[in-house]
Design a protein around this ligand. Structure first.
Ligand SMILES: C[S@@+](CC[C@H](N)C(=O)[O-])C[C@H]1O[C@@H](n2cnc3c(N)ncnc32)[C@H](O)[C@@H]1O
Length: 274
């Protein structure tokens, strides 16, 4: 795990994928298809998606007004964030609606209690956790009912923490690479402009942490192939985009040969339950 360095917030980072936020009212059917697109590629997701920096997790937890002991990883997927939360020594429960993703999580983290469930109907008791973490998934939720449920399962003074891994657009080759993968389903999001509010919570605070993902050309392409915009793309569109991205990576000195660090920025938003 990369422990990450806190960095200054910039508005230039673009969402890495799941990270690509869609407007649910603009295309509800596409949004729903993307939100449920991951299970078919659960093993590839587990193998190729990045984790989250430890410093980002600790910063999130420090938003509670009391020590965090019990944590819910909501929309836990295959356990990319769960594993980091477990490494902090907290007691972690995972909730995820996709059975194939959850099966992958249980295979990798057999000791973590794992439940099928959605953010809008969380299968946990009232006031049962000190923190709710959400990795690369808040944009898939129906926000009002989801925040009402998060409020219900949190103890007073507990914290909700949403994280996203973004491409680090300050690195020219990474910025150009990510642009080559835009599809008609992709929307660029300036996270610095994304304001969150939720009833029963204090103001959201945001912080960013430097991060990276050790990759080769082929494993980086395998990573982006698990992004929902590509999962729902026509096969010929997906193959074309991945082909042009591969050709580009072969021209870049940093990525043409062997392993390299793909540069990421982890953005974290946190708010305290009143
Ligand atoms: C990009 S994955 C993130 C998984 C994991 N948190 C991570 O950081 O790798 C998004 C996850 O959100 C889940 N998801 C989609 N809609 C959801 C909802 N309404 N409630 C809870 N989870 C949802 C998907 O099944 C998927 O596992």
């Amino acid at each position: 795990m990369n422990h990450g360095n806190r960095i200054t917030l910039t508005a230039s980072a673009t969402v890495l994928e799941c990270g690509v936020v869609t407007d649910p009212t603009a295309d509800a059917e596409l949004h729903a298809r993307r939100a449920s697109s991951f299970g078919g590629q659960a093993a590839a997701y587990a193998e190729h998606r990045p984790d989250y920096p430890l410093a980002a997790l600790e910063w999130g937890m420090s938003g509670a007004d009391h020590p965090v002991r019990e944590v819910l990883d909501l929309a836990a997927g295959t356990g990319k964030l769960t594993e980091g939360l477990v490494a902090t020594g907290r007691s972690v429960t995972a909730v995820e609606p996709d059975a194939e993703m959850l099966a992958e999580l249980t295979r990798l983290l057999p000791d973590v209690p794992a439940r099928l469930g959605k953010a809008e109907d969380i299968p946990l008791a009232d006031a049962s956790v000190d923190a709710v973490f959400i990795g690369q998934a808040l944009h898939w939720f129906d926000l009002a009912p989801a925040f009402a449920e998060i409020h219900r399962v949190l103890r007073p003074g507990g914290v909700v923490v949403a994280l996203w891994n973004y491409d680090d657009d300050s690195v020219e080759w990474a910025r150009r690479f990510s642009r080559l993968l835009f599809t008609k389903a992709s929307h660029q999001v300036l996270d610095g402009e994304q304001e969150l509010t939720a009833e029963g919570f204090g103001p959201f605070e945001r912080e960013q942490f430097g991060h990276s993902h050790r990759r080769t050309t082929e494993s980086l392409l395998a990573t982006v192939a698990t992004h929902s915009a590509l999962l729902v793309a026509e096969p010929e569109v997906r193959d074309h985009l991945l082909g042009q991205a591969r050709a580009y990576l072969h021209t870049v000195p940093e990525t043409a040969r062997g392993e390299f660090d793909y540069p990421l920025v982890t953005t974290v938003s946190r708010a305290r339950r009143s």
